[in-house]
Ligand binder design. Sequence first.
Ligand code: PMP
Length: 426
Amino acid sequence: MVLKMDRSNELFEEAKKYLVGGVNSPVRYFKPYPFFVEKAKDCYLFDVDGNCYIDYCLAYGPMVLGHANEKIIEAVKEQLELGSAYGCPTEKEIILAKEVVKRVPCAEMVRFVNSGTEATMSAIRLARGVTGRKKIIKFDGAYHGAHDYVLVKSGSGALTHGHPNSPGIPEETTKNTILIPFNDEDAVKKAINENKDEIACIIVEPVMGNVGCILPKDGYLEFLREITEENGILLIFDEVITGFRLAKGGAQEYFGVVPDIATLGKILGGGFPIGAIVGRREIMEQFSPLGAIYQAGTFNGNPISITAGIATLEQLDDRFYKETARTAKILADTLRELADKYNIPAKVYNIASMFQIYFNDKEVVNYEIAKQSDVERFMKYFWGLLERGVFVPPSQFECCFTSIKHDDEVIDKTINAMEEVFKSLE
Ligand code: PMP
């Protein structure tokens, strides 16, 4: 190993004694062991061996303002002095909810939860409760968190580590989850025809960020909107990644397609745990305490996460969207040029601040094709970059992000690292 990672190695050995696989979330593990982080600032991660990495993982998405953002720190410090959990409502929850409603087209009401997983679990329960139907449609390779309804043919770590279906989930639970390929209109029509009046919702990542970065074909999201409306099916956009990222109002603003319900997370908490379910008023009002569909949480609307969320949304101005999209595009274009120059079969996708390269000669439009990518070559690319001080998520099936702190100097350094890595990829 070119990198000095001795202390990380020691910590990993120690971690394995107490933490399953040495980590608390499977995506964090990669062979032979991950680096352990000491601190982070702006677009940099610093590990316990004194290595510094330009970070394109950004905690899998939330840190779009860079790490240790001053305004968030200041606001959170102030809030900490006032207490960190009350089990009672606060004014700040209203402030953040109003900001969400102002930005996100489908959002008339909000329920804050603690993670994206909780958000999609409750959104699906809401859809089932409102429609009185059991079945849901989910796309192959989509990741909507680690709960039972959706952990089938799942992306992210489940796919990276080779278990897209998890043992421990009863067949009875997932038999109501209909799986179909993304970007395929006929598959949706067929599933709806075969399950007339039984489907509660279609849940979709408008851009699939958990099998890399798969874009919806032109008109596909519009098609989903129309066919769900015609069939009394609720459309759920899982915007845990795309929310506040593709545009102020997320993918629904970017593509101009308004779902019935959306789930949010990541950016919304400014680096603290959060999730949210948002949607039309008459749907949302079916949640308890107004309605009978139960949803609850000790830490829902946690004042620290809410405070960080307010301080984050305040900073997402026009410049933020322009700059993060500009830098991600430069890197995506660079990767395309390098793949060409060095004759490496690859496809690169990019939208707003998201980008990913697939070592694959086919256009990646769905999970089946994504899975055919050369994951070994991807890990060579990953290590090549890491050794040169650039950290991308350690899997072909994740997505890279830029933050507002990735300035031209940082991008130039990254381009140089990419060029060196491509020279060594065969
Ligand atoms: N939905 C999507 C689209 C996600 O990307 C993720 C997490 N990567 C989740 C849901 C689950 O969110 P969390 O990890 O906060 O539970």
